[in-house]
Ligand binder design. Structure first.
Ligand SMILES: *Cc1c(COP(=O)(O)O)cnc(C)c1O
Length: 432
């Protein structure tokens, strides 16, 4: 083996997204209407989502065409590079070969614009003027603010309060793209006011921020809601990552042995791994190992239960069949804000339930230690979320201790998360 190119570029962005449902031996159980507990009808969703996205949510087509205007925006930064972590291998004396797909080259710095751009486009086509959303660490808010500015849609972001305070950089980026941003829980909506009455110092959570954004969208004309992860159509849009990575590996004549991704709601993990998991499901790559990585502070796959649960705190969203820590769960304020979600994408949950993928969890100090090792070898400072994948990739390399090929998704850069690195370097970071 060895003598791999340091980086693998690709000329062309894939023309179609991949729909893993076409390869699944069984489909996830359907979302339920929160009032009736009956399977949700498309018209139940039309108050907050455009018809085109509702169609994608239930589609069983193997592939779906990327619309021209979305494709044009993708071409601003896609295809993203696949790097061979030669320096990291040498620094840590690893036998395994580690590759990483780098999604931090998008303008807002993560994989999130892959779906933000598509969602803004479909809403625009259906005459929607305004989008509300939530954001944890601010990555999703900045991605949707960016997409909104490209397609002329007003964006209002409810940002989890603890991150709003910890990460002023993301707030400023969101405002620079022209979006409005409100710390959540807020006084703007009944669900926010309800939480504040119970606990004026609530740090907020994604579940609460989703309630606020959904409430506002459902109760205003011309306004839709946009979700940055979890739902099937979001994971569909993200498959552009894995489709590119597969082509990049084909170009150098390799098929990876292990794939790794961090999981918050499951979108970068699903986007990166689903095109490969399709091969595994079709029994073409039976031995492929796929590993999802989460924080010990929010251990959805490793300690949650597989059941129907609400997607938000105020019980406004459909019930989803997923691994969940409970809709009222408020995770400790770890720095990987994007991994602080109580639930998990139904598609990722089903694959875990059926034993197709593995899951593991880490404490944040060990994750930051791995991120620092990575930065000192490869130069890129990972987003705290992505650092979970870095940690797992290194650990798996050590555990297997052989010349296997491990590929992980470096879902974003950490240049807006410097205060978290500062705390780690000063020894002030706690495991919670
Ligand atoms: C939001 C985010 C995540 C977690 O969300 P997923 O939907 O699980 O991908 C991971 N990494 C980065 C950089 C993020 O911004």
């Amino acid at each position: 083996m060895a003598n791999f190119p340091r980086k693998v570029y690709l000329e062309e962005v894939p023309k179609r997204w991949y729909n893993i449902k076409s390869d699944l031996p069984r489909l996830p159980e359907p979302p339920l209407n929160p009032q009736t507990r009956e399977p949700i009808k498309p018209e139940d969703l039309s108050a907050i989502f455009p018809d085109s996205l509702i169609e994608q949510e239930v589609s069983l087509e193997p592939t779906i065409e990327i619309p021209g205007p979305v494709y044009k925006v993708y071409e601003m930064w896609r295809p993203t590079p696949l790097f061979y972590a030669a320096n990291l291998r040498e620094r840590l004396g690893l036998k395994a070969h580690i590759f990483y797909k780098y999604e931090g080259t998008s303008p807002p710095g993560s994989h999130k614009p892959n779906t933000a751009v598509a969602q803004a486009y479909y809403n625009k086509m259906e005459g929607v003027k305004r989008l509300t959303t939530e954001t944890g660490a601010g990555q999703w808010g900045s991605a949707l603010a960016f997409a909104g500015s490209l397609f002329g849609i007003d964006v209002k972001v409810y940002m989890v309060k603890i991150s709003y305070i910890q990460k002023p950089g993301r707030r400023i980026l969101i405002q620079s793209y022209g979006a409005q941003i409100i710390p959540s829980p807020s006084n703007e909506t009944p669900p926010g006011r309800h939480i504040l009455e119970q606990d004026p110092d609530s740090p907020g959570s994604l579940g609460i921020a989703i309630s606020e954004a959904v409430y506002e969208a459902a109760n205003s004309k011309d306004t839709n809601y946009s979700l940055g992860s979890v739902l099937d159509h979001v994971l569909l849009h993200q498959t552009v990552i894995g489709l590119e990575a597969k082509k990049q590996f084909e170009k150098i004549g390799i098929y990876p042995d292990v794939l790794v991704g961090c999981v918050g709601g499951g979108s970068n993990f699903g986007g990166f791994t689903f095109p490969f998991i399709g091969d595994k499901l079709r029994s073409e790559k039976k031995d492929l190992r796929v590993v999802a990585v989460e924080p010990k502070a929010c251990p959805t796959l490793t300690e949650g239960k597989y059941d129907y649960d609400y997607g938000d705190t105020a019980k406004l969203t459909p019930l989803l069949k997923m691994f969940t820590l409970g809709y009222e769960f408020v995770p400790p304020p770890i720095h990987a804000g994007g991994l602080r979600y109580h639930g998990m994408a139904p598609l990722v949950s089903l694959l875990h339930k059926d034993g197709v993928i593995e899951a593991r969890a880490y404490h944040q100090t060990e994750v930051f230690q791995a991120a620092i090792e990575f930065a000192r070898a490869e130069g890129i400072l990972p987003a705290p979320e992505s650092a979970h994948a870095v940690k797992a990739a290194i650990d798996i390399a050590k555990e297997v201790d052989d010349e296997i090929v491990i590929a992980f998704n470096l879902s974003g850069h950490g240049y807006f998360d410097l205060s978290a690195y500062d705390a780690f370097l000063k020894g002030e970071l706690k495991d919670v």
